[in-house]
Ligand binder design. Structure first.
Ligand SMILES: C[S@@+](CC[C@H](N)C(=O)[O-])C[C@H]1O[C@@H](n2cnc3c(N)ncnc32)[C@H](O)[C@@H]1O
Ligand code: SF4
Length: 360
């Protein structure tokens, strides 16, 4: 069994904070791109059964109906007979009744929708194009069509955001009553519009206060905090993202996609011309036993329940207490343990980077 990530690098507009690999949608480019994507998959896929399939971007829902049909023709190249989770990333303005019905017909069973904020002032600052009412209408439409597993992305720590602003976003988020919520603190990345305009990040204390506020509000409702930035209702954790955090193999197809297969990690090119000329891979690294172990810790500790001690021992033939400075981190209280798991101590999760850097 394998997992698959497919990258669709097109968006209707470019958000002021985004440094993902994407470009403004153009039909001629999208058509060429899908042709090359099909070729890439045909040349690399080995016929395994696929357990989770994730189409991300960019904004896959920006593709028109003909292109989406082409995309599903491509995903049907995979053996989907035992597919458990099929996610497609969408944003509000490009979601239509027709597209949602097409997704459903083609086996998509999870939507991941970028909302970020319900507040007009920040929608404008982020260069997004929806209104609060549209968010409610489109998510209701998706539920009516039968989607029972929906994730919504929320961003916080927006420039000069107040706790009242955040309360407004969290109240609305909870009213959506979706199964999964991802919450990201805004990062002002080089070469984005916010960076070029010298927009200032919020101070660290407020960022922390916001993180704690979100955690409290969501866990007081029926959401479990299961990964640093992710919350879900019972049994609605993202199966696909857990493949990454469990350090398992997956295919990555498309511009800038990464994959991890048979002991090698690879990155695809970010150059569209090269990609369309079938020059896909930009680098490949063989993962040594030690690197595999590093990844296991760096990715595994992102999960709030942490790493299972016995499974670690079975997988690596060594006790987790014996690797890196795990014992010291336990002594210092940065890590904690129960009978089965070692995990980042509650108050350290917000500062998890300071722990994970020990394994880099
Ligand atoms: C690549 S986007 C895909 C979703 C879709 N394109 C959309 O924006 O609606 C994935 C998510 O990453 C988050 N994200 C992107 N850039 C970020 C940044 N600079 N800081 C924090 N979160 C960011 C946003 O919440 C976004 O929804
Ligand atoms: S956040 Fe999403 S919609 Fe905005 S530019 Fe990035 S990928 Fe595109």
């Amino acid at each position: 069994m394998r997992s698959v990530y497919i990258h669709i690098p097109f968006c209707h507009d470019i958000c002021s904070y985004c440094d993902f690999c994407k470009t403004r949608y153009r039909k001629d480019w999208a058509d060429l791109y899908l042709e090359s994507l099909k070729y890439e998959i045909k040349s690399k896929y080995n016929g395994e059964k696929i357990r989770t399939l994730y189409i991300g971007g960019g904004t896959p829902s920006v593709l028109d109906i003909d292109e989406l049909n082409m995309l599903f023709e491509i995903t049907n190249l995979f053996d989907l007979s035992e597919l458990e989770e099929f996610t497609i990333e969408c944003n509000i303005e490009s979601l239509t009744n027709e597209k949602l019905i097409l997704f459903k017909k083609n086996g998509v069973n999870r939507l991941s929708i970028g909302v970020q904020t319900f507040n007009d002032k920040y929608i404008k600052l982020l260069n997004r194009n929806h209104t609060k009412d549209e968010v409610f209408e489109k998510i209701e439409m998706a539920k009516m069509i039968g989607f029972e597993n929906i994730n919504v992305d929320l961003m916080y720590a927006l420039p000069s955001e107040t706790m009242e602003d955040l309360e407004y976003d969290v109240d609305n988020m909870l009213r959506l009553n979706v199964e999964h919520i991802s919450c990201y603190s805004l990062m002002i990345e080089p070469n984005t519009k916010l960076f070029i305009n010298k927009v200032k990040s919020i101070d660290e204390d407020t960022d922390y206060e916001m993180y704690k506020y979100i955690e409290k509000r969501l866990t007081n409702r029926e959401y479990n905090h299961y990964e640093i930035s992710n919350y879900s209702k019972n049994n609605y954790e993202s199966k696909h993202n857990l493949v990454y955090w469990n350090n398992e193999y997956y295919y990555g197809f498309g511009l800038s996609a990464s994959g991890y297969l048979e002991g090698y990690r690879y990155d695809n090119t970010k150059n569209m011309n090269k990609y369309n000329a079938h020059d896909y891979i930009s680098n490949v690294v063989k993962i040594s036993d030690e690197d595999r172990l590093r990844y296991e810790l760096i990715l595994g500790f992102r999960k709030i329940h942490g790493i299972n001690k016995k499974e670690f021992n079975d997988k690596y033939g060594v006790s987790i207490y014996e690797v890196f400075n795990i014992k010291e981190l336990l002594d210092k209280g940065m890590l904690s343990e129960d009978t089965d798991y070692i995990f980042i101590s509650g108050e350290w999760i917000y500062r998890s980077n300071e722990i994970l850097v020990n394994f880099v």
